[in-house]
Design a protein around this ligand. Structure first.
Ligand SMILES: NC(=O)C1=CN([C@@H]2O[C@H](COP(=O)(O)OP(=O)(O)OC[C@H]3O[C@@H](n4cnc5c(N)ncnc54)[C@H](OP(=O)(O)O)[C@@H]3O)[C@@H](O)[C@H]2O)C=CC1
Ligand SMILES: CC(=O)C(=O)O
Ligand SMILES: [Mg+2]
Length: 587
């Protein structure tokens, strides 16, 4: 039993072991190797219909003759035995027949509710095909229509109605050994704005990636949506809206509910529960992060995870265009969570690479918000997170003017507004650089600052381009360009695994730098030759193991890790901690 195990035994776990996440594998089913038999525990041993209806244990038509006898399945299944591989093949054929991505999304969600291991097998084996379905861009549409497509609760809904009872609400969740929570209040869902309670699709999607991409076992993941109302009139008037029908609570009422939640989380799950803040509006996001980083194991994916993925892409790009970070000039469209978060990590890395002071490093980085270039003369009216980026310069009202004035070598879109990298903007950036770096990070695809085709066409094939949501390869004058995806999905699954497996008790920016470095190290010359600044998602589990190891190594160095003794080979340990979706045999 995991709870009483000798911790040192974890260091040498069998490399075939499929234990997920490194702790509390109460019944041993995750720890067993694929050829060992395990007990399909629920409260009692599941059998008959209850076994078939339990998504954690259901194997569809892959129950053996012996299992059909011992678990009272005779007659409940047609006579045929269909292996997991054949089931996977069949499901992929079915899913590919749907034309609309939302139909594919719903088919995937139905599968998850029916047969969890098969869901993850599909996602792991077809990650490049299915990521755009369970994640951006389709998850954005799913959130917009979440009320209409709602079937079953996929996470915990904590609304103002639950005030004073949040600890009890947490106890209602059917899994007890939670290691990672992704929580949103739905106010800034991708670049789609306030989707209120329907933002639930985001924590659900993010946690599916924790499992598929990072190997944290599904039973350890808890999606949470905090519902304090919505200011989205369309949703308030939608008869199928699933949330509180009121304007958003703000101020003390909002912060009291959040505080009750954060307190209850620690009370219920202890010090080592990782909480990922996701898609909060920036007027709350920075404050929540600052408030809870010293008392809880928290990070904000939009501010910190995004920063790590972009830094990794930039470090990889430098191998192609040369120079150090400090040799470059960065211009952001969008000075919110993603923009200022990325800017800060770039500046921090510059100070590590050179002997620059943080202030000096920041001078190489410029931001544009909805009112124009962030400059000193605006300082009084700027939100606190923009102030460090207000440099001395005459005001510039729009991006094109800012590009002409700043002449950036790197242009990054974090505005949440599509089509803002116009032909003029990209042509201007390309006129100053042999190989401009252009990152259009806003999600979903409709909000992307430009398309891959636009970036390559308007830069005459010279841009190093990546985007937040995926684009297909583009052929220009007989040459094919493959755009990369610059999305925090590269970082948070491996980051979370590293935190969990090391038993880290706090997140530090150095751990984000370690994650970025590990990701950048996975970019090979072959990738760079193809124009890619990230390795392909198909090798994400290997990448996540490297990221997890880098993050854990840093946590040990900083004295924040509690999983002792430190495993000698952290990469092997990370791999051994990863959940495998392969079916198990039942005794
Ligand atoms: N690829 C990835 O991994 C990630 C992508 N993102 C994407 O980044 C986008 C922004 O997210 P986030 O930073 O959290 O959002 P925020 O709301 O915190 O920031 C948005 C910023 O964009 C500015 N802005 C809005 N409209 C315009 C405009 N027309 N022209 C210039 N600036 C504008 C805002 O200006 P003002 O301050 O004046 O209002 C604000 O500074 C989203 O689409 C999100 O999906 C986010 C995280 C990760
Ligand atoms: C990717 C992500 O976290 C976002 O767009 O908000
Ligand atoms: Mg996000």
């Amino acid at each position: 039993m995991a709870e009483s195990r000798d911790e040192s035994s974890l260091v040498d776990v069998d490399s075939n072991s499929t234990v997920g996440g490194g702790v509390h594998d109460v019944y041993g089913e995750d720890r067993a190797t694929e050829d060992q038999i395990v007990t399909p525990w629920s409260v009692t041993v599941a059998s008959g219909c209850s076994l078939l209806r339990d998504p954690s244990y259901n194997k569809g038509l892959a129950f053996t003759e012996k299992e059909r006898d011992t678990h009272y399945l005779r007659g409940l299944l047609p006579p045929v035995y269909l292996s997991q591989e054949l089931q996977e093949k069949r499901l992929m054929i079915n899913i590919r027949q749907y034309e609309a991505p939302l139909q594919k999304y719903m088919a995937m969600m139905d599968l998850e509710e029916r047969n969890e291991r098969l869901f993850y097998k599909l996602l792991v084996d077809h990650v490049e095909e299915l990521l755009p379905i369970v994640y951006t861009p389709t998850v954005g549409e799913a959130c917009q229509k979440y009320g209409s497509i709602y079937r079953r609760p996929q996470g915990l809904y904590i609304s103002l109605k639950e005030k004073g009872k949040i600890l009890e609400v947490l106890k209602n969740w059917y899994e007890k050994n939670i290691q990672v929570i992704v929580v949103t209040d739905g106010e800034r869902i991708l670049g789609l704005g306030d989707l209120g309670c329907q933002g639930m699709g985001i924590p659900v999607g993010k946690l599916a990636l924790y499992t598929a991409l990072g190997g944290v076992r599904p039973s350890a993941c808890l999606p949470v949506t905090i519902d304090v109302g919505t200011n989205n009139e369309k949703l308030l008037n939608d008869e199928f809206y699933i949330g509180l029908r009121q304007k958003r609570a703000t101020g003390q009422e909002y912060y009291d509910l959040l505080h009750e939640f954060m307190t209850a989380v620690k009370q219920n799950y202890g010090e080592k529960i990782l909480v990922q803040f996701e898609d909060f509006a920036n007027h709350n996001a920075f404050e929540l992060l600052a408030k809870y980083s010293s008392t809880h194991l928290v990070f904000n994916d939009d501010i910190q995870g995004t920063a790590a993925v972009v830094l990794a892409g930039l470090v990889a790009s430098l191998k192609v265009i040369g120079g150090t970070l400090a040799d470059h000039t960065f211009l952001f469209l969008g000075a919110g969570e993603a923009g200022t978060g990325i800017a800060e990590l770039i500046a921090l890395e510059m100070t590590k690479q050179s002997n620059k002071l943080l202030e000096e490093a920041r001078e190489k980085i410029w931001l544009v918000d909805s009112k124009g270039l962030v400059v000193k003369s605006r300082i009084e009216s700027l939100q606190h997170f923009k102030k460090p980026w207000a440099h001395e310069h005459e005001p510039k009202k729009d991006l094109l003017d800012a590009v002409k004035a700043i002449k950036p070598t790197v242009l990054i879109g974090t505005s949440g507004v599509g089509k803002t990298f116009t032909k003029e903007v990209i042509e201007a950036v390309s006129s100053y650089n042999k190989k401009p770096i252009i990152l259009a990070l806003s999600n979903p695809t409709s909000q992307s600052e430009c398309t891959a085709e636009e970036a390559y066409t308007w830069s005459q094939g010279r841009a190093i381009f990546a985007s937040g949501s995926p684009f297909d390869p583009v052929t220009l004058n007989g040459k094919t360009f493959t755009p990369g995806q610059s999305n925090n999905a590269y970082i948070f699954p491996g980051f979370g695994l590293g935190v969990v497996m090391s038993g880290a008790i706090r997140v530090r920016n150095e751990m984000m730098l370690a994650a970025a470095e590990a990701l950048a190290n996975q970019v090979t010359q072959e990738h760079l030759d193809k124009g890619l600044i990230y390795p392909p998602f198909r090798s994400i589990r290997k990448i996540s193991a490297q990221i997890a190891a880098g993050v854990a190594r840093k946590a040990y160095e900083l004295g924040l890790a509690t999983q002792l003794p430190r495993p000698a080979d952290l990469v092997a340990f990370a791999e051994s901690c990863m959940y495998s979706p392969v079916y198990r045999n039942y005794r």
